[in-house]
Write a protein that binds this ligand. Sequence first.
Ligand code: ATP
Ligand code: MG
Length: 158
Amino acid sequence: EWVEFNRFFNAVIERFEFSKSQNVRFTRNLYSSSLFVEIDTDKLTQVLDNIISNALKYSPDGGEIRFGVTVSGDYIKVMISDDGMGIPKSNVNRIFDRFYRADRARSRALGGTGLGLAIAKEMIVAHKGEIWAQSEEGTGTTIFFKLPFEQQEDGEWD
Ligand code: ATP
Ligand code: MG
């Protein structure tokens, strides 16, 4: 299904903004023109739900979550950043592994199975994209993903 990415992303962000119970501020820096992506919207919603729930789960009271969309070549690049506790440097790439959880004690307290990002990676790869993370312990985490896009909706050729 072809969708305009900014519109789709905004709808997901808004749903979290209305339902969140934490004192965490959302700021957005989306793209100013239309970006059409051919996606399975249920699956991409699941990807975003997991990344945003993680950001909320690991954010401090009064923290901020930043949402960004930029374009690089034939891809859109999506960024979701928090100023939470971060992940130890040596383990940043392992967060996409099945059942990996950065810290047993805090993971037990915060719940979850450690599958969310492994599933997100599978889904992004199935959409011909890439997903990765940058994190600094004590400073915060940014999850990035790339997806191929078109300037124009290609549906009319089907
Ligand atoms: P599930 O998503 O299955 O409920 P989970 O959230 O623990 O469980 P993932 O979403 O796969 O699993 O995340 C894996 C691990 O990566 C987490 O347990 C946590 O240790 C770390 N992590 C993920 N996102 C963040 C973040 N924004 N800040 C700090 N740590 C994170
Ligand atoms: Mg998760």
